[in-house]
Design a protein around this ligand. Structure first.
Ligand code: AMP
Length: 392
């Protein structure tokens, strides 16, 4: 008996054996494949391990954040069909941790392998105009916008929308890259350069009161949950702080949650959808979406009964979804390459109710996300004081 128990224990931790978890065996899902090995993949892997799954990750960089936690790494480019095929072949279910995986590739792989999210979430979120049209079609309120692909269309767009406006590239932009705010003609040269190189979208500048996000998860069986809404504060267009619960009215929460649920259902998505929104008075406007766990949902690891990462794994593996109740007021703050010295001090500060998540990145470049800190049961003012002391 003792021997048997020991064998079971050995089996459980030795991932070259089949996993004895009863749920996993019944569902025939034991290995999860992740395309992309960044911090989102790393936290997905940690959640998957907690549930008993084995994880294989494909990423072009050998020392990516996932390499520190994955059971197996496949180091290859995302368009390397042979190696992606290897990942899919070895995995029972495949997901992606970023939205720039070519949707045409996923469409092709889907025919042969189990990729429950499919290519649609990627197709819709890889192009800002298509994304906004999809949001509108599901009933979301979207600020005024128009597609602009040359200087003539830019000038017509400015006349139609009226300053101030924001010009953004339709694809490839993140953290404010590929964006120009136009309040008058003074930034026109920069705008003309952008529009001359890439397909663009021109948006009416929204004088928002605050930015919020909703993370919604939907399982392959159609079960759906949302995470408590966060208020998000950006610095230099990079997410700096997410506050849960978001200090907004019940009406705003109701509108934002309804928008997220309607989008997830009408677009028939599976997995995770993060939707960023602008709040203007009591109105909620769609800004953009990401079909994956999102930086503004990192707070849920400590803040909620089930984190966005665990919920994502549950959703794609066909498990029942967990409850997402907020356990305590939680604030997440990102730290960037330039903050590393102060964060080392914070690590040894002994400050209670604080968790540090380091992403294991070797190069601490300026403005590169290196990790995040979660503060539980502190007010925004208290967290701002910590930031003042340690983010240096
Ligand atoms: P995005 O990449 O679209 O999320 O834009 C990055 C940030 O720029 C947002 O989080 C907002 O703070 C700001 N922003 C983007 N679009 C607009 C807009 N139409 N009006 C006002 N601010 C915007």
């Amino acid at each position: 008996m003792q021997k048997e128990q020991n064998d079971n224990l050995i089996m459980y931790f030795d991932r070259t054996h089949e996993c004895p978890n009863v749920f996993l065996m019944e569902n025939k899902i034991q290995t999860i494949g992740i395309i992309g090995g960044g911090q989102l993949g790393m936290m997905m892997t940690e959640a998957a391990h907690q549930l008993g799954f084995k994880v294989i990750v494909l990423d072009p960089t050998a020392a990516c954040p996932c390499s520190f936690v994955a059971d197996e790494m496949i180091v290859a480019q995302y368009d390397d069909d042979e190696r992606v095929g290897e990942l899919c072949h070895k995995s029972d279910v495949i997901t992606y941790e970023f939205e720039n995986v070519p949707f045409t590739s996923v469409k092709k792989w889907k025919e042969q392998y189990n990729i429950p999210q499919g290519e649609m979430p990627l197709y819709l979120s890889q192009h800002r105009v298509i994304e906004k049209q999809a949001a509108e079609s599901s009933g979301a309120v979207v600020g005024a916008y128009c597609a602009v692909n040359n200087n003539d269309e830019l000038q017509k767009g400015i006349k139609k929308l009226v300053y101030p406006v924001v010009l953004k590239t339709c694809s490839g932009g993140y953290d404010g890259k590929g964006q120009v705010v136009l309040r008058d003609d003074s930034n026109m040269e920069k705008a003309m350069q952008l529009v001359g190189h890439k397909e663009c979208i021109l948006e009416k500048f929204i004088p928002f009161d605050c930015e919020i996000s909703v993370i919604v998860n939907r399982s392959i069986h159609g079960e759906l949950t949302t995470l408590p809404i966060t208020k998000n504060i950006h610095k230099d267009n990079i997410l700096f702080m997410s506050i849960a619960p978001a200090p907004v009215s019940e009406t705003v929460i109701e509108k934002a949650t309804t928008m997220a649920i309607n989008m997830m259902q009408s677009l028939n998505f599976v997995g995770t959808l993060a939707i960023e929104m602008f709040v203007v008075n009591e109105d909620v406007l769609f800004n953009e979406m990401a079909p994956r766990p999102h930086n503004s949902g990192h707070y849920s690891i400590e803040g909620c009964l089930t984190s966005q990462f665990e919920q994502h794994i549950r959703a794609i593996a066909g498990m029942p979804l967990g409850k997402t109740d907020l356990l305590q007021p939680t604030i997440m703050v990102n730290y960037l390459g330039q903050h590393i010295t102060g964060i080392k001090e914070l690590m040894t500060s002994g400050l209670p109710n604080m968790c540090i998540h380091d992403y294991h990145k070797a190069i601490a470049a300026h403005n590169r996300k290196m990790g995040h800190v979660t503060f539980c049961n502190y007010s925004q003012e208290e967290v701002e004081e910590f930031v003042e002391s340690y983010w240096k």
